[in-house]
Design a binder for this molecule. Structure first.
Ligand SMILES: CC[C@H](C(=O)O)C(=O)SCCNC(=O)CCNC(=O)[C@H](O)C(C)(C)COP(=O)(O)OP(=O)(O)OC[C@H]1O[C@@H](n2cnc3c(N)ncnc32)[C@H](O)[C@@H]1OP(=O)(O)O
Ligand code: CO
Length: 153
């Protein structure tokens, strides 16, 4: 397996609205996408683009901030926010060429994979690896989109 792009940094927040104002007014973000609910994952999601190098073959934007807010107390990030009420860095997501090859790779290394491979917020296959096996970092592995992500908003 070969490490690919840092696709996004997952940032938990108690309020996506407050985080949008922060990235816009404090950090000067110019491309903040429409928030949307991922009911099956128990989170509201909003992507903040960081500038990328348009000459690269990848998308014209760089790594994104993936803001995630719990939709209810049952959300998988509710426990994280209970421990970190102001929110903060929750996970890192790296791209790989082949998600199944990556899954076997980590299984062979004895890393705990959290649940089945499933479709994530970018519409491509993902899985998560337990932070305790990944140097303390909750790690999301995502298959590189086959074509540059054409975002509607
Ligand atoms: C935007 C949608 C996106 C997608 O699908 O693309 C997502 O869904 S991301 C948002 C939610 N989904 C996930 O996070 C799935 C993977 N996460 C999990 O399965 C759990 O959160 C898990 C197993 C990482 C932690 O579960 P839980 O919080 O119930 O257990 P504990 O609180 O007991 O934590 C165990 C141990 O891990 C440490 N921990 C928990 N979360 C993190 C984290 N984000 N980063 C680093 N470490 C974390 C926690 O402190 C505990 O350590 P200990 O030393 O035992 O106290
Ligand atoms: Co993510």
């Amino acid at each position: 397996m070969k490490l690919g792009r840092l696709n996004h940094i997952g940032v938990a927040t108690p309020s996506i609205e407050e985080s949008i104002a922060y990235y816009r007014d404090v950090m000067g973000a110019t491309k903040i996408r429409e928030p949307f609910d991922l009911e099956e994952q128990g989170v509201k999601v909003c992507f903040v683009d960081t500038p990328g190098d348009p000459t690269e073959s990848g998308p014209s934007f760089g790594t994104q901030i993936e803001l995630i807010e719990p939709l209810s107390d049952a959300s998988p990030i509710a426990g994280f926010l209970a421990k970190n009420p102001a929110g903060g860095q929750h996970h890192l997501c790296y791209e790989v060429e082949d998600i199944e090859e990556a899954r076997s790779w980590f299984e062979e290394k004895g890393k705990r994979i959290l649940g089945p491979t499933r479709i994530g917020a970018h519409g491509t296959p993902i899985f998560f690896l337990h932070p305790k096996d990944m140097m303390g970092q909750l790690t999301e592995i995502m298959e590189t989109p086959k074509e540059t992500t054409h975002w509607s908003n």
